[in-house]
Ligand binder design. Sequence first.
Ligand code: NAD
Length: 382
Amino acid sequence: MRKKLRYGMVGGSLTSFVGNVHRQAISFEAKADLVAGCFSTNEVANKECAQFYRVDDERNYADFHEMAKKESIREDKIDFVSIVTPNYMHYEIAKTFLEEGINIMCEKPLCFSVEQALELEKLAEESGVLFAVTYSYSGYGMVKQAKKLVADGEIGDIINVNAEYLQEWLIDDIGAGDESTTKLSIWRKDPKYSGISNCVGDIGTHIENTVAYITGLKLKKVAAVLDSFGQALDLNANMLVEFENGAHGVYASSQVCVGHANGLVVRIFGTKGAIEWHQEEADHLYVTRKGFGTQMYNRGMGYITGRAAELNRIPSGHPEGLYVAFGNVYKTYINAILKKINGEILTESDLDFPSVSDGVDGVKFIHSVINSNNNNSPWTEI
Ligand SMILES: NC(=O)c1ccc[n+]([C@@H]2O[C@H](COP(=O)([O-])OP(=O)(O)OC[C@H]3O[C@@H](n4cnc5c(N)ncnc54)[C@H](O)[C@@H]3O)[C@@H](O)[C@H]2O)c1
């Protein structure tokens, strides 16, 4: 019986942003060792990262094609690969590892086009590969508690959603043309690397996923107005949405809202009550039942139940934070792979991690928003 996994990583050199978050998140459970990687196309950065994590030279690959081929024929091959490169490489890398039957954790947005996303989903279904997409906010305990409250009918039927993801880090790019290329992960603003969207693809897609995860509702259509302020891609987006149950909502994502850092806020309104969650104080969940004052639920307390309680790590009052949210996604994903390898049946809660199908929904959302904006903002089917 296997108790531990081996994993590889594509992207995520020492100076990158999210690769390190993935490695820390995986290490919480000590159930997977990093044994292979193609951490960068830059030879020095690739080697440096491999040496830092004590990855053997022979498993430090210059190219991910070589990595997929060589790993798939090893007896001690990797059990999954984490794809943490900029958006433009996700599809090709994911397809390459899928073809070798290797389980995948891929960063969002899943890929550039809806066709590519559907192809990856189909390949994953056919091959039986466990394919996750790192919609990390779904890993927070209080997001899981919110999902449970909605599913238990505590706020009644959902009639309205108001959600935002506001940042300010690109404020100086307003009117700055192409010259403003000095910021973290500059590829985000270049369509060659980012795809058809910057702001919606980078953070708007987290709104879509977090709301879908909590409510279980699918989006039907969107109407959007975007601003790019002289840049090639959007920096600011205001979106009206309609869900399949007929409810409406407003989403706003922005990288130019002064005073905001990572302000993902989700407010769900139902016929019997409302819930509200703020990423920047992620351990709290605000719940209001019609006719009563607002209650604050605190992660880790005795009244927290279900998946939120299962995934709780430290006593309430000590903030767990983003690393733990990623860690919860990985904990569930790694356990699912272990169970699969050991021939056990996977339950619904074993599969409580964002999947390739969530990745497909994300890509469809991004395309519908951009299409709506490009056509003078009509309602646009997802
Ligand atoms: N889920 C989240 O909350 C979250 C947060 C941040 C970033 N992301 C996503 O993670 C991805 C990476 O973002 P980032 O900010 O870490 O970018 P980054 O620019 O900081 O890092 C990208 C890394 O990929 C490497 N790389 C690029 N092309 C490669 C290739 N062909 N082969 C091997 N390595 C390659 C680079 O050398 C670098 O190490 C993006 O898709 C982004 O949308 C998700």
